[in-house]
Design a protein. Sequence first.
Length: 203
Amino acid sequence: MKTRYQCSDQIKQARQQIRQSVRKARRSISEPQQRLFASSASQRLLQQVQTRGARHVALYLTNDGELDTAPLIQALWDAGVNLYLPRLHPFCRGNLLFFAYTPETTLVENVLKIREPILDITRMILPHELDAVVTPLVAFDNTGARMGMGGGFYDRTLANWHKTGKPYPIGFAHDCQQVDSLDSEHWDVPLPVIVTPTRVLKF
């Protein structure tokens, strides 16, 4: 009979295999395809933001073969939406802070080799003040379960969104990042909607 710890180890191993496989798949997408997919997905997500009347939206800068957010960022700026980027919390490990993002924002590279805004509390917004958060993800399944990189940053940010409806989470991913099923941990926050280049999936 397997112990709880053995089952947990097996889940971790399975999740790691999925991470490796999906990250390899999205990195193999050619540059022309990346541009085409990003353009299509950005228009779909813009429609979601406009339908919700969201004025304050957090998102992320693309890394490691993720669906490029550059066209989305420009489309949201053009639509007059206020944008925000995450920054690693300097004191509370595993948590994020969010800061206003404009074309003039100064960015620096953090310990994870990801660009983030400088620490300027005059430009900070609290998570519950955000209308929506466009979340990165490694994989998702047909129930809306989301797999991130394993740090739990967005799970902590979104832990209470369903109580107040804010910030509303929207996944943004390549179609190839969908898998049959994911073994979720109790802290994993499922997504109510995921936007891909070809679909808007609602759960």
